[in-house]
Design a binder for this molecule. Structure first.
Ligand code: ADP
Ligand code: MG
Length: 375
């Protein structure tokens, strides 16, 4: 792992300075532009984004920084401090889906998408440093894409509108990394503000920044990476998604959100569906309701009241949507048994991370854990 990964991430300024230093060491000249973007965790609103529903992500203090400079030899040269291997180097003219592959597909895909939209970027050098754990469901991929898009937009003299950066990142992830992700990750990473959750309506694209400062409410938001990733995840995700689409079709709606908005009464919607689709729809509709409730609580300053909604959201994902796994259930149950206000799996499921809302125990000291000696 890179230095700095873990509970004490570097500030945006420190990370940008580290990216500039790393760039200079790799490329032998200073960078012209540096951008940083945070990882994100979804507080609540799971498996709603591809159903036109609501999500409520928050930015993490952990960030990715990308330093960049133009080149006049028609090459793209990519270094990451997380990869000790040789840099990835290739002619910009050779960029296409599948080339390059691996981690370099994310930043190279962003370059290709920006060029396709007319950006004047004949060649670039890049250097990446990051404190966002990769592959933990915290959107290290979106942080890498959005930070790359910001740095390259700067080089090309393009207005770096957050929604444009997010859309460029999403297209790069779809086309170049081959991951058919939803719209949430990149929008969260590009648009979230500090001490706010982002209520994102994936149906109409509207955004609402809601104050959320767990620390000020005497609480901590913990992210527990189980480091478990079950192999059935991809097929199971595709089946859940197809089930939701089939239910929407049977209900004569473009998506489940439209079905919900049209009928208003989930019970009557459920009765009209085959038994195997009912739990899927029940999760999606009840999850949208939970997101609205959490948003309402946060607006009213009721951070602690959010806990039970996280835990009931987990039960819905476990029992109705059936995307949890024993390891994740154990972490959620242990957190709640130990006195947490609430806990739930976050991300697609079958492993990944758990988000826990807990009162900040005096015994554990400050958020950095340094106030008291270890027990
Ligand atoms: P997540 O976005 O949840 O962290 P993904 O599988 O979507 O998980 O993305 C992780 C991948 O993104 C890594 O395997 C790697 O290819 C790429 N990546 C993310 N951060 C970096 C980094 N700092 N350096 C190189 N590659 C990175
Ligand atoms: Mg990702």
């Amino acid at each position: 792992p890179e230095a700095g990964a873990g509970p004490d991430p570097r500030s945006s300024t420190e990370l940008a300075a580290a990216a500039r230093q790393f760039f200079e060491r790799c490329h032998g000249a200073p960078a012209d532009a540096v951008w940083t973007a945070p990882g994100r965790v979804n507080l609540i609103g799971e498996h709603t984004d591809y159903n036109g529903g609501l999500v409520l992500p928050v930015a993490l203090p952990h960030r990715t920084a990308v330093a960049a400079a133009p080149r006049d030899d028609g090459l793209v040269v990519l270094h990451s401090a997380a990869r000790s291997t040789a840099p990835v180097t290739l002619p910009v003219a050779d960029l296409r889906p599948g080339t390059p592959d691996g981690w370099a597909a994310y930043p190279a895909g962003v370059l290709a998408e920006l060029r396709a939209s007319g950006a004047d970027l004949p060649g670039v050098s890049l250097a990446v440093v990051s404190d966002v754990p990769a592959g933990a469901g915290l959107s290290s991929s979106a942080a890498l894409e959005v930070a790359t898009a910001g740095a390259l937009a700067d080089l090309a003299g393009i207005d770096a509108d957050p929604r444009m950066l997010a859309e460029t990142g999403r297209l790069a992830e779809h086309r170049y990394a081959g991951v058919p992700c939803g719209v949430m990750d990149q929008l969260a990473v590009a648009c979230c503000r500090a001490d706010h959750a982002l209520l994102l309506d994936t149906r109409d694209g509207s955004q609402d920044h809601i104050p959320f400062d767990a620390g000020a409410a005497g609480c901590s938001l913990l992210v527990v990476d189980t480091r478990v990733r079950h192999r059935l995840a991809d097929g199971a995700y595709a089946r859940r998604r197809a089930g939701c689409e089939e239910a929407a079709r049977l209900l004569g709606a473009a998506d489940l959100r439209e079905a919900e908005q049209r009928t208003g009464a989930p019970e009557s919607v459920l009765a009209a569906l085959p038994a195997d689709l009912r739990p899927l729809v029940r999760h999606v509709m009840s999850e949208n309701t939970r997101v609205r409730r959490v948003a309402r609580l946060l607006r009213a300053g009721g951070v602690r009241g959010v806990g039970p909604l996280l835990t009931s959201g987990h039960a819905s994902l476990r029992d109705d949507f059936a995307v949890s796994c024993p390891e994740v259930d154990v972490v959620v149950a242990a957190a709640v048994a130990a006195g947490a206000l609430g806990a739930r799996m976050t991300g697609g499921g079958f492993g990944g991370s758990v988000v826990v809302l807990a009162e900040t125990a005096v015994r554990c000291g400050s958020a950095t854990g340094r106030t008291n000696p270890p027990l």
